[in-house]
Design a protein around this ligand. Sequence first.
Ligand code: SAJ
Length: 412
Amino acid sequence: MLTTKVSVIGLGYIGLPTAAVIASRGIKVCGVDVSSETVDTINRGEVHIVEPDLDIVVRSTVMTQALRATLAPEPSDVFIVAVPTPFAADHQPDLSHIQHAARAIAQVVKKGDLVILESTSPVGATEKLCEWIADARADLRLPHVHGEEADVSVAHCPERVLPGNILKELVDNDRIIGGITRRCAERARDLYEIFVKGDCILTTARTAEMAKLSENAFRDVNIAFANELSLICDDSDIDVWELIRLANLHPRVHILNPGPGVGGHCIAVDPWFIVSSNPEKARLIKMARTVNDSKPVFVLEKVAEAADQFKEPVIACLGLAFKANIDDLRESPALAICRDLCARGIGEVLAVEPNLSALPASEQDAGYELTSLPDALQRANVIVVLVDHDQFRTVDRDLLNSKVVVDTRGIY
Ligand code: SAJ
């Protein structure tokens, strides 16, 4: 079936690159977001997030009028939902953004259209999306009830791109395409084949949901292993980085990197969707989350010990983002550590985040100062490496001689 217009609901780290890449293939794309600031920024051909080369694709697709942003979905052939799926305080998934998107789509969806859920979701969420649309549109047959007779196709095609490398991975990665029915999956494949060079593999919506959660839980468990090793090595006076380098010489061992904890909106969140659906069986997955979530406390103690060596400790926290070379602060352990250092009054806290020109409003009163790398290196007596941004790797080591360094990323 010919796709002439696509609406992408949610213009964040996944939705905006997806919208721009589809638009770059000559298809009209309407990007939809609840934030009028985001909509205005994109319509000026600018971007509100840091992601390599995204600004170039957005500028060119807005200029050619292939991409346009609006506050509400417009009639389209395809609707792609890329909204956040956070968890509530009890680690239960919060699907309210998907529900909101489903209601907005229900206003304009028509017979023959395709709806794709890309947001990482607990098993069963795609069926729920069908229910929410069906509730609002009794005139349309949805596939969770009507199977291949349905008027609208619905599929789950989880995003799998790595922040920092999104534009490449959007095109090169294989896609798992889970249809509510086979035909739903086939329709979704037709859309992805327009811009994906990787394989498009068809399955059921529930399997696709679980596959995505499993990928991120796998990574979380493996990072937890590295983080646990870092705690054990610290007790045993062993350099964990050397240890991992040596162990990884074994042809079947590939230990990941320890760090200050696991951040971002994916790996620190998604495994909980498995745990909450089956708490008795998901023991290892839950333990990995606990190990990774406890790592910032360990780092905090290390910094407190280092600060104790000075009468007037000035602590430079290198990095606030959740990982290297991006500006994303979501669930960032670096940010949490910086805030906790201030809350505990351990010393004066300086933060260096080369990917931010100013602190977001939520951080204005946290008690630390955002400053440049040279200024922080000059003023601080304790240096805490929280993120392995490229800019930090090239620091002149002589500048660190008189300071105590707590390096959670193993770059110094
Ligand atoms: N981290 C470590 N040690 C490591 C690797 C990562 O401490 O060896 C930390 C990072 O510093 C960061 C966190 O883990 O705080 C997550 O970073 P990441 O690079 O592992 O992953 P994300 O969250 O940026 O992206 C992940 C990817 N999933 C997998 O690699 C299985 C990506 O492909 C997904 O699309 C994305 O989650 C998502 O949106 O779900």
